[in-house]
Write a protein that binds this ligand. Structure first.
Ligand SMILES: [Zn+2]
Length: 652
């Protein structure tokens, strides 16, 4: 066998050297010098082969996007089934398990387990009260739920009604007038939404609710005023499709839990409680009408209420699923990665665009059953094709991998780059398929063409022979798994057919897929991956100019929080609460959406943002590619703008 394999000691030395300098130039990259052989460019698939590919894509995609997989949330039943599905196909393609079992490294496995996104699990929840000498115990899941931002603890206390819990609303409205009972040591009853008209619509906003209806500031306001617990309830009669909805421990969460127990209860159960606790026997609707006019705090002394909550944050394990097609000869220890994330939003636990979609299954047909199906199709076609190649033709090994937990912050791909099957320096190129199913008017985005020397030229024949309109982008950054590899100095190519209104909604379904488009994208990706595995020349990593990374850098934190919006806030201390736009930076999401200097941003996806501080949690929680609804005041007029966020320094 090949002498090129440098004895171990030397390879370690070179590995370190690689880490120190531009790694591709190390002798480690033992690919023979630029060959004199004519350039291998695999031809585009014929109409028949594309038609066959469409059928295979349809099989995979409609299966993975079937509600039976419940939106493939990491660590969930549906997520595990999707991993089983991918592994089954890898096995039936005769590919080798990519990983070693953590407990028994001699045992090969297709699975690389890692901690997925955290979610809340209820350890304990109780809600009961005594009034008029009678004890009432309410049923969890039916009459009430603990909310995900709740603190843990047990509190027994009298009630106090604080209306909408709004510190500062329109026209100086406040739920906490200077005079009136204190909240100290009591359990506060807070109404959802804001002062409304007889018909249940907002008095302060023409569509939906104004920024003042934000939930977290209400709970914060009550607890800051001494409340020892919070009962949150939908305001009876409100015109909102969530009126009968009981939020859950995972639908309403926060970065940090509050110090007091916080539950949400149904209108009926709170109405019965308030009637019993109020010496005048008023109903919850009576109280709503009271605070529709002006903010008041009312003691409800005739009941003693106990709330008991305990939540545990759990991070279930989830799996990257990987398989290898071993290489041959001098290139065998070099790796090409063909990857796609198979996870999605489940029942809308994370990443939903509209709160009202929470709780619904998000099939994720385009995001990313399409890319996963493309990856499986490419695995099949390459496995078939290499069987026809001369057995000793030098060829890189190919890792096919389904990543998990991409939606919660590229967790699977980042975990892989930190726990690779071979040193990350041996990874010559990563091809990422994320949302390839909705080819439309817009050209296919091909990101990362600037991440290897001469890459754009090398890719050109594939783009040209693909009969696809392609928008090539230099940067290797972006809102998907290739960014983890780019950060580890691996040349990348990201294929993406573009945003659409169904993105991150329950409506991202298989019926909307452009099968012919997806087959064309997958065919081009197949040809690029195959030829990349056979390419005699080394891949020399380069980082397009606008992104500098220094040696030994940890992969950047999850793309989440690294978005670019494109304004610099101005100095502002006006009456109206909000963020003054001081300057709009050119070529940014904000400028593309039409924001102007002197606009006053007051809402971010219907959440109040009265200051930059209040805006930051929402800003940092956003992900490149997200479309956010920004509400602002321009010359006093309220206007809405849909802004598509981009990765800082990224093209999209
Ligand atoms: Zn995706």
């Amino acid at each position: 066998m090949q002498s090129s394999r440098v004895p171990l000691v030397l390879s370690l030395f070179f590995a370190v050297a690689a880490w120190a300098g531009d790694h591709p130039s190390t002798p480690e990259n033992t690919a023979p010098a630029a060959s004199t052989l004519p350039r291998q460019v695999t031809a585009a698939g014929s109409a028949d082969s594309l038609a066959a590919d469409q059928l295979l894509l349809r099989d995979h995609l409609t299966t993975l996007a079937n509600p039976f997989f419940e939106g493939r949330y990491p660590g969930s039943r549906g997520g595990k089934l999707a991993a089983d599905y991918i592994q089954w196909h890898f096995e039936h393609l005769g590919l080798q398990p990519a990983f070693k079992d953590a407990d028994d490294p001699t045992k090969p496995t297709f699975r690389q387990p890692f901690p997925g996104p955290s979610h809340n699990e209820i350890a304990k929840q109780g809600f009961e009260y005594t009034a008029n000498g009678k004890g009432i115990t309410l049923a969890p899941g039916k009459d009430f739920n603990v909310l995900g931002l709740s603190g843990n603890g047990t509190v027994t206390a009298p009630l106090v009604f604080v209306g909408y819990g709004i510190t500062l609303g329109e026209d100086g409205y406040s739920s906490f007038p200077d005079s009136g009972p204190s909240l100290e040591g009591k359990i506060a009853v807070i109404l959802r939404f804001e002062p409304m008209n007889e018909d249940g619509t907002s008095k302060w906003s023409k569509d939906g609710w104004s920024f003042s209806a934000g939930l977290e500031p209400k709970i914060g306001a009550a607890i800051r005023r001494g409340a020892k617990g919070v009962i949150f309830v939908n305001a009876p009669g409100a015109k909102d499709d969530r009126i009968d909805k009981l939020e859950t421990v995972n639908s309403i969460t926060s970065r940090e839990p509050y110090e007091a127990p916080v539950i949400m209860a149904t209108i009926d159960s709170v109405d019965a409680l308030v009637r019993a606790a109020d010496p005048e026997g008023r109903s919850l609707l009576d109280f709503r009408k009271l605070v529709d006019e002006k903010g008041v705090v009312v003691d409800l002394p005739d009941a003693s209420v106990t709330i008991d909550t305990e939540i545990n944050k759990v991070r279930p394990l989830t799996d990257n699923v990987g398989a290898v097609l071993p290489g041959v000869g001098a290139l065998a220890d070099r790796y090409i990665v063909v990857g796609a994330h198979y996870d999605h939003l489940g029942h809308g636990q994370v990443g939903v665009r509209f709160p009202s979609d929470r709780g619904q299954i998000h099939p994720g047909a385009d995001d990313n059953a399409s890319g996963t199906s493309g990856m499986l199709l490419i695995a099949r076609r390459i496995a078939d094709q290499v069987a026809k190649l001369p057995p000793d033709a030098p060829r890189r090994s190919i890792l096919f991998v389904g990543f998990s937990a991409e939606e919660s912050g590229l967790n699977g791909s980042r975990y892989y780059t930190q726990h690779p099957i071979v040193p990350i320096e041996n990874h010559d190129f990563m091809l990422n398929l994320d949302m390839i199913g909705r080819l439309g008017e817009k050209p296919l985005e091909a990101g990362g063409v600037g991440t290897a020397e001469g890459f754009a030229d090398w890719l050109a024949p594939y783009f040209e022979s693909s009969s696809l309109k392609i928008a090539a982008k230099q940067s290797g950054m972006g809102p998907s798994d290739h960014a983890s590899f780019y950060a580890a100095k691996v040349p990348v190519l990201f294929l993406f057919t573009g945003m659409h209104p169904q993105y991150h909604r329950p409506t991202d379904i298989a019926a909307l897929i452009n099968w012919e488009g997806a087959a064309k994208v997958a065919d081009m990706a197949y040809r690029i991956a195959l030829d990349a595995s056979l390419r005699p020349e080394p891949f020399v990593f380069t980082s397009p100019s606008n992104v500098t990374t220094t040696e030994g850098d940890q992969p950047p934190p999850p793309v989440r929080g690294r978005i670019r919006f494109g304004i610099s806030p101005g100095d502002y201390s006006g009456e109206e609460k909000g963020i003054l736009v001081g300057e709009v930076l050119p070529e940014t999401p904000a400028s593309k959406a039409g924001l102007k200097a002197n606009d006053l941003i007051i809402k971010w996806n219907d959440n109040r943002v009265a200051s930059v501080e209040e805006w930051m949690p929402y800003f940092n929680a956003a992900k490149p590619g997200d479309v956010v609804k920004v509400t602002l005041l321009r010359e006093g007029k309220e206007m809405n703008f849909d802004v598509t966020l981009e990765a800082r320094g990224g093209a999209r």
